[in-house]
Design a binder for this molecule. Structure first.
Ligand SMILES: *[C@@H]1O[C@H](CO)[C@@H](O)[C@H](O)[C@H]1NC(C)=O
Ligand SMILES: *[C@@H]1O[C@H](CO)[C@@H](O)[C@H](O)[C@H]1NC(C)=O
Ligand SMILES: *[C@@H]1O[C@H](CO)[C@@H](O)[C@H](O)[C@H]1NC(C)=O
Ligand SMILES: *[C@@H]1O[C@H](CO)[C@@H](O)[C@H](O)[C@H]1NC(C)=O
Ligand SMILES: *[C@@H]1O[C@H](CO)[C@@H](O)[C@H](O)[C@H]1NC(C)=O
Ligand SMILES: *[C@@H]1O[C@H](CO)[C@@H](O)[C@H](O)[C@H]1NC(C)=O
Ligand SMILES: *[C@@H]1O[C@H](CO)[C@@H](O)[C@H](O)[C@H]1NC(C)=O
Ligand SMILES: *[C@@H]1O[C@H](CO)[C@@H](O)[C@H](O)[C@H]1NC(C)=O
Ligand SMILES: *[C@@H]1O[C@H](CO)[C@@H](O)[C@H](O)[C@H]1NC(C)=O
Length: 283
């Protein structure tokens, strides 16, 4: 009886030592939780961007590699091809497929860019959500007489040597391709939302409002199921710094799955052993 009481005390005190060791190791994880709980903030403007996005105040381990955001003044941006996209909004966490609303920076407040570049996505990061349609911008010699001239209401003047015509997909379908000629050889496709397309077709909005409203993209190849479980358990999503696999950062620990005693703690992390003991002693 006495013997087992002594061994009980011995085991208990060794557990306490382990817990104390673990507490001192835990400080680093708490910083990860604190850092990754913050949305991307550009200047003084807090955005709605969280996992898988990182950059600015969010270290890379708070996101997924590839989804790097940079701030241009107060605006979060992501680059694809040679085009910068403003990220206007992100769906609330918990969505089955996260979406973001983006707008081309070079067409922001100005449909006369200095370079003609089509919209091209990196499909390993994003895909078009259902809805967005292309508006095609044709940059023409003002002396050109094409079918576009018949649609003069959709014309703008960039400068003395370039006029711009823009057509929705519905309008493009009505124009015979043989009516386009070499004087309008620069064509740029820019997506706008389904709502904006309809409003353009009904003359209910301006081209600039349609463009600046942005269009939705589905965020691809993120561990959405894992992340939703992590968030539901009180954690924030991120990745390991070593092999960039998914990590759930909990308030006082980290896990490859979610924040609860039964979840698998990362055996590769230096605090893994202590975390296991911690789980056993409290569950
Ligand atoms: C994480 O947050 C801590 C403060 O909680 C800060 O000192 C540290 O610089 C941050 N780490 C990174 C990589 O930003
Ligand atoms: C697309 O994104 C992936 C993932 O970050 C990256 O490895 C690849 O280089 C990107 N492709 C291009 C063309 O930028
Ligand atoms: C941003 O997205 C959230 C979540 O979908 C939505 O509730 C909110 O209205 C959106 N904000 C803007 C300005 O579109
Ligand atoms: C005229 O406008 C077009 C379209 O924006 C632009 O590419 C071109 O550089 C401008 N030309 C001059 C002389 O400003
Ligand atoms: C953009 O794509 C359209 C359709 O594929 C093409 O006709 C046009 O030449 C492209 N424009 C540029 C600037 O590459
Ligand atoms: C715009 O047109 C390009 C080229 O035809 C196409 O690949 C892309 O999917 C279109 N975008 C939208 C939003 O429909
Ligand atoms: C348009 O035509 C006028 C008169 O023929 C000519 O002076 C001018 O250079 C032309 N403009 C362009 C952009 O070709
Ligand atoms: C929009 O305006 C253009 C030019 O004024 C006109 O040709 C077209 O019929 C209008 N469309 C609608 C749906 O009112
Ligand atoms: C631990 O590291 C091994 C070898 O680097 C790797 O295969 C495994 O996926 C890692 N496990 C976790 C949970 O990160």
């Amino acid at each position: 009886m006495q013997y087992s009481l002594v061994s009980f005390l011995l085991i208990t005190s060794s557990l306490l030592v382990s817990i104390n060791l673990q507490l001192s190791v835990r400080a680093a994880d708490t910083a990860e939780y604190a850092n990754c709980s913050q949305p991307i903030t550009c200047g003084s403007v807090e955005s709605s961007l969280s996992y898988p996005f990182w950059g600015a105040n969010r270290p890379e381990y708070c996101g997924k590699s590839g989804f790097e955001v940079t701030c241009q003044d107060t605006v979060p941006m992501i680059s694809m091809g040679s085009v910068d996209f403003r990220i206007l909004n992100m769906s609330a966490s918990g969505a089955v497929i996260p979406t973001v609303t983006v707008a081309r920076e070079d067409y922001w407040n100005d449909i006369c860019p200095s370079n003609y570049v089509n919209t091209s996505l990196n499909f390993s990061l994003f895909d078009y959500a259902s809805g967005p349609q292309n508006v095609s911008f044709s940059y023409c010699n003002p002396n050109a007489t094409t079918a576009f001239v018949a649609m003069a209401a959709t014309m703008g003047v960039c400068n003395s040597s370039v006029q711009v015509f823009f057509l929705t997909e519905t309008q493009t379908a009505k124009i015979s391709s043989q009516n386009t000629n070499g004087d309008c050889s620069n064509v740029v496709l820019v997506p706008v939302s389904a709502t904006a397309t309809e409003e353009l077709d009904n003359n209910k909005t301006s081209i600039q409002k349609a463009i600046d409203g942005g269009f939705d993209l589905n965020v691809q190849n993120v561990d959405t199921g894992l992340c939703n479980n992590c968030v539901a358990s009180g954690g924030v999503c991120g990745q390991t710094t070593t092999d960039t696999s998914f990590m759930c950062f909990c308030q006082d620990s980290s896990s490859t799955k979610a924040c609860n005693g039964n979840s698998l703690t990362n055996p590769n992390s230096s605090s893994g052993m202590y975390l296991d003991i911690y789980s056993i002693s409290y569950n």
